[in-house]
Design a protein around this ligand. Sequence first.
Ligand code: MLT
Length: 310
Amino acid sequence: MPKVLISDKMDPKAAEIFRQRGVEVDEITGKTPDELAAMIGDYDGLAIRSSTKVTKAILDAATNLKVVGRAGIGVDNVDIPAASAKGVVVMNTPFGNSITTAEHAIALMFALARQLPEADASTQAGKWEKNRFMGVELTSKTLGLIGAGNIGSIVADRAQGLKMKVVAFDPFLTPERAVEMGVEKVTLDELLARADFITLHTPLTDQTRNILSADNLAKTKAGVRIINCARGGLIDEAALKAGLDSGHIGGAALDVFVEEPAKASPLFGTPNFVSTPHLGASTSEAQVNVAIQVAEQMADFLVSGGVTNA
Ligand code: MLT
């Protein structure tokens, strides 16, 4: 019987599915890298979220490992070249938390448009600053989507429901798909010049790192509001801070940071800056979805060799 280790906190549905499908499963979370390396040799599969770092050292110790399953989208916590060199298949669940992440981007867009965190703090401090918080409507504003894949396309759909115009920069977006989504495919420069709000929905790669660099931020419309629920590293954080301080950038909401956990940042305390601690996928619905999907995919692979989302 194949044996899987669940090494990050995961919805109980995952263990239930492994067992139903004839896979033995242990749930042991919170281990140090050395402790994980000492135990990983017993397992054919490793199911993770974002806490476990599957490094080369872990993979070297994983003498029986055949598959790593990431309950979520990003596989940045897995050393993919080292896994490939060992013939270990790495799977993710690209769809399970897409809606949840898209909804978080929309929530942050509203938070920026109406300065909700500052207004909440001020009201609860007993100040009743009714004249301080003048917001903007989303209706008729242009939303610039950087990345129009699973999550970006859901954001576009929701934004259109809010009567926003959506322009998208994504080299993989075909003209046909853009028409289907009802978005206008544009170049990055065009998006920067036209968007009232910009939201990022792309993985962090060599091509996308610092896609909102100091130069590109300087090309944005005055007062632009920027949301990032994708990955830290897509925006130059120092340039973002400078843009907020100068007033050129009207607001920024980050769910993700270059360094995580982000316990300190020059951005903290900046007016019109909103942050959340990488909560993009954190809803009960999404966590059930990704747990079910990762367990089904891994069990399928271990029991019958089926490969999905690898
Ligand atoms: C993901 O990649 O699925 C999300 O960023 C969620 C996460 O890492 O926790």
